[in-house]
Design a protein around this ligand. Structure first.
Ligand code: FAD
Ligand code: SIN
Length: 514
């Protein structure tokens, strides 16, 4: 049995950045379930937000973040995020990340719901790839042990304290135990809960399932962000068309060619993501189409090809020249705001268990994430995990908080009355009933089906089945949280409760009963 000072689960930006900082404090193991580069981080396009421009300030960034979060941001966490952002950008530059420049100054782009241009990017629209490759090269050169194709299947907890991780080597089928007093979950999001998603295959909410099973608090699962513009071409994956495209002047038109976003919001194309996603959905319904169009044909072609080389090439390979034809788009599942509840030092409610990146819920996003704040959240809070550990910060006391449990509806449905269990059935159920527009009736049906499926799943033994079981559990947490929250707020929209309610200015926290 191997012993490390730090075990980090995941090799996206959260895992790699944490590992690079931790190696100065002890021995580090990264477990990652695929190849080192398989992660959402690598696909990030728009960039990373930080108030470094003229006319910007951490205070304006703070106000924009809070406005997007629709009343549920943790104000202290947001203050940390915006204040520490410029220093973390400097750290990334010192690690070797080259952000794009104009006339020798860092170029700053505009994205929806940011009141000023504040998004740093690299390689035009390949920011994630640039950061991820830079950090993974450094990690491979550093004193960090990296085990690829190793799926964490259980967090070992003894007497309320973390002792390590059990993991499955998916190439040999062997299960191994790794011991440590600090386990950092950096497992990313859960977009694979839905059949239309911008996320890669690894995004199966494993961190949420692992932490829940270990007894940690899981919060805000009802808040899942749908990106308004993913490519909608037959037979082509719903590849992201960055919000920065609208930031550069891209226009959304319905199937009849009419610009429509000003019918829904005074900010037009640059309204918050949830507003744009619902606007698109309404137009799709009105015109009887499964798509709308994002039009950049009025922009100078060279500006499009140099600012968005990755998007331009991807579309071209799939038969679409975006400088000449509007891009067919539709919303897709994009970002999990909820997750493993942490404090400002990345600590969960279990001693020795930390979470960082998309799997964590630090409180900075509230009910809706401001674009490009997630890469920033990763680096700001990863750093604090290591600083907190050095200073020996006390773990948070969860005993005072109200906790919800998953409902006791297992077995209520006879299995013959429930759709046949498959990944596609799960993803379709989540999209149809727990998607952009929800209702009590749909959510109750989804929650009940998911509970029956969970009961029917055998103990998983291989990677696909572990991931499937994790998705079912995360889906249940999402459906039940959405059912409990009888209002609309941020990314959570209920047609039967279309307004926000002051009674719901609070968080839903799940914890597995003892
Ligand atoms: P990931 O990068 O997803 O890494 C998770 C890692 O954990 C992977 O290595 C995975 O294999 C591993 N893993 C998972 N489960 C297990 C397990 N059980 N055992 C072992 N390993 C496991 N955000 C921005 O701020 N700006 C953007 O421009 C932006 N663009 C985006 C574009 C796209 C297409 C997508 C999908 C997301 C975008 N985001 C953006 C969001 C942002 O990229 C992610 O939130 C962020 O990269 C998450 O980083 P992470 O390290 O937490 O997770
Ligand atoms: C995008 O480029 O539109 C994605 C930005 C983000 O998700 O933060």
């Amino acid at each position: 049995m191997d012993q490390y000072d730090y075990i980090i689960v995941g090799s996206g930006i959260a895992g790699l950045y944490t590992a690079l900082l931790a190696q100065g404090q002890g021995s580090v193991l990264i477990l990652t379930k695929g190849g080192i580069g398989e992660c959402s981080s690598r696909h990030a396009q728009g960039g990373i937000a930080a108030a470094i421009g003229i006319g910007d300030s951490p205070q304006i960034h703070y106000e924009d973040t809070i406005a997007a979060g629709a009343g549920l941001c943790d104000l202290d966490a947001v203050r940390i995020l915006v204040d520490e952002a410029p220093d973390r950008i400097t750290d990334l530059i010192n690690f070797g990340v080259h952000f794009d420049t104009v006339d020798g100054e860092v170029a700053l782009a505009r994205e929806a719901a940011h009141s000023v241009p504040r998004i740093l990017h690299a390689g035009g629209d390949a920011t994630g790839e640039h950061i991820e490759i830079t950090l993974s090269r450094l990690a491979m050169l550093a004193k960090v042990v990296i085990l690829e194709y190793c799926l964490a299947t259980e967090i070992i907890v003894d007497d309320g304290v973390v002792r390590g991780v059990r993991a499955l080597d998916s190439r040999t089928g062997t299960v191994e135990e790794f011991r440590s007093r600090a386990v950092i979950l950096a497992t990313g999001g859960g977009g694979r809960l839905f059949n239309f998603t911008t996320n890669p295959d690894i995004a199966t909410a494993d961190g949420v399932a692992l932490a829940y099973d270990a007894g940690a608090e899981i919060t805000d699962m009802e808040f899942f962000q749908f990106h308004p513009t993913a490519l909608r071409l037959p037979g082509v994956t719903p590849f992201l068309i960055s919000e920065a495209v609208r930031g550069e002047g891209g226009i959304l038109r319905n199937a009849d060619g009419r610009q429509f976003m000003y019918d829904y919001a005074p900010e037009g194309e640059l309204a918050p993501r949830d507003v744009v996603a619902r606007g698109i959905l309404a137009e799709m319904k009105k015109t009887g189409s499964d798509r709308v169009f994002l039009d950049v044909t009025h922009l100078p072609p060279r500006r499009v090809t140099t600012r968005f080389p990755h998007i331009y090439r991807f579309c071209l390979v799939n038969g679409l020249d975006i400088t000449e034809s509007p891009i067919p788009v539709a919303p897709a599942a994009h970002y999990m705001m909820g997750g493993v509840k942490t404090n400002a030092w990345g600590e969960t409610s279990i001693e020795g268990l930390f979470a960082c990146g998309e799997t964590a819920s630090t409180g900075v996003h509230g009910a809706n994430r401001l674009a490009s704040n997630s890469l920033l959240e990763v680096v700001v809070f990863a750093k604090r995990i290591l600083e907190g550990k050095k200073e020996g910060v006390k773990p948070p006391d969860a005993s005072e908080r109200e906790h919800f449990s998953l409902s006791e509806q297992e077995g209520q449905n006879a299995l013959e009355n429930v759709p046949r269990l498959s990944l596609l059935a799960l993803q379709s159920l989540m999209w149809d009933k727990v998607g952009i527009v929800r209702s009590g009736e749909d959510l109750a049906e989804a929650a009940s089906i998911l509970a029956s499926w969970q009961k029917a799943v055998d103990k998983p033994s291989d990677r696909p089945f572990h991931e499937f079981a994790n998705l079912i559990l995360a889906g249940r947490l999402m459906a039940e949280a959405a059912l409990i929250r009888k209002e609309s707020r941020g990314a959570h929209f209920r047609s039967d409760f279309p307004q926000p309610s002051p009674d719901w200015l609070k968080h839903i926290i799940f914890r597995k009963p003892d």
